[in-house]
Design a binder for this molecule. Structure first.
Ligand code: BJW
Length: 228
C-alpha cells in the first residue's frame, strides 16, 4: 500500500510552533500581506527578514512531538512506499527521523538567492543581507513559498498522489491551494482518504474518513493501527 501523508502547521502545534489561522496563530500578530507575499518583501524586506529570522531562531527551542516521531516510525516500517509532503517550513519531520519528506512551501533551513536562483543551506539570520555563497550578490531571501508563487516539488507530489492507495492529511486547515486540493486529486486517482485534524478542515467533507483530535494522539494511534 502506497501512502502519501500531507502535513500542515497543526502537526507542529504540540511542539510549540504556532499555527497560522488558529486564535493564537502566527498571523494574529502579523498581517499576512505584510509577510507572506513577494510584494511585501519588496516593500519591507527588513520587516520580513525579522519575522523569518525569529522563526528560524525559535526552531532551536522546539522538539519533534509524538506525531512527527510516529511518522518516522512508519517510514522505518514502510520504506519507499511512504512519502511525507509537508507545507511546514520547520525541520521537525527530519529531526524526528523522517527522510522521505518534500517541503512544498520551502524551508527555514535554506535561503533563496533572487539574483542567481541558488537555494543554499542556511542556519543563521538573513536580516543583515549577507552575500549569496554562490554569486556573492546581497539578494538572499527566505526560501519560502509566498502567495502567488509556485510551490516546490509539484511534479513529484502529483506523481505520488497518482500512485497512492491512501492519502492522509494531518493538521492543516485546507485553506491554501494547491495543497487543499490534494485530497480531491488523490481520490480521483483512486486513493482512500483520511483526515486527522483538531477540527473539521475546510475540505473535511472530501475525505472518506475524518478523525478529530490532537495530532500527538491521533497520528501514533493511526500508525499503531497500520503496523498492527
Ligand atoms: C491541529 C492541532 C493539533 C491545530 N493537532 N491539528 C482563490 C481560490 C483558490 C486559490 C486561490 C485563490 N486566490 C489565490 C489562490 C492561490 C493561493 C491560495 O490558496 N490562496 C488562498 C488564501 C485562497 N495559493 C497560492 O498562491 C500558492 N501558489 C499557487 O497557487 O501557485 C499557482 C499554481 C499552483 C499549482 C499549480 C498551478 C499554479 C502558494 C501558497 C503559499 C502558501 N504559503 C504559506 C506561507 C509559507 C511560509 C511561512 O510559513 O511563512 O504557507 S501561507 C501558510 O498557509 C503557510 C502554510 O503552509 C499554509 C497552510 O496553512 P496550514 O498548515 O493549513 O495551517 P493553518 O494554521 O491554516 O491550519 C492549522 C490546522 O491545524 C487547523 O485546522 C487547526 O485546527 C489544526 N490544528 N492544532 C491537530 N494539536
Amino acid at each position: 500500500m502506497r501512502i502519501v501523508v500531507l502535513t500542515g502547521a497543526g502537526i507542529s502545534a504540540e511542539s510549540g510552533v504556532p499555527t497560522f489561522r488558529d486564535a493564537d496563530g502566527l498571523w494574529e500578530g502579523h498581517r499576512v500581506e505584510d509577510v507572506a507575499t513577494p510584494a511585501a518583501y519588496d516593500a519591507q524586506p527588513a520587516v520580513v527578514h525579522q519575522f523569518y529570522d525569529a522563526r528560524r531562531a525559535a526552531l532551536a527551542g522546539v522538539e519533534p512531538n509524538p506525531a512527527h516521531l510516529a511518522l518516522a516510525r512508519l517510514e522505518r516500517a514502510w520504506g519507499d512506499d511512504l512519502l511525507v509532503v509537508t507545507q511546514n517550513i520547520d525541520d521537525l519531520h527530519e529531526r524526528a527521523g523522517s527522510t522521505r519528506v518534500l517541503h512544498m512551501h520551502g524551508s527555514l533551513r535554506s535561503a533563496l538567492c533572487r539574483a542567481c536562483g541558488s537555494r543554499v543551506e542556511w542556519e543563521g539570520d538573513l536580516g543583515h543581507f549577507p552575500p549569496c555563497p554562490a554569486c556573492h550578490r546581497l539578494e538572499l531571501r527566505p526560501d519560502v513559498v509566498w502567495f502567488g508563487e509556485i510551490p516546490y516539488e509539484l511534479d513529484r507530489i502529483f506523481g505520488a498522489l497518482e500512485r497512492a492507495d491512501l492519502f492522509v492529511s494531518v493538521g492543516t486547515s485546507g485553506a491554501v491551494y494547491p495543497a487543499a486540493g490534494f485530497v480531491q486529486a488523490a481520490a480521483a486517482y483512486g486513493a482512500r482518504t483520511l483526515e486527522l485534524n483538531l477540527e473539521p478542515s475546510e475540505g473535511s467533507h472530501f475525505f472518506d474518513e475524518a478523525r478529530h483530535g490532537r495530532a500527538g494522539e491521533l497520528v501514533p494511534a493511526w500508525v499503531d493501527e497500520l503496523l498492527g
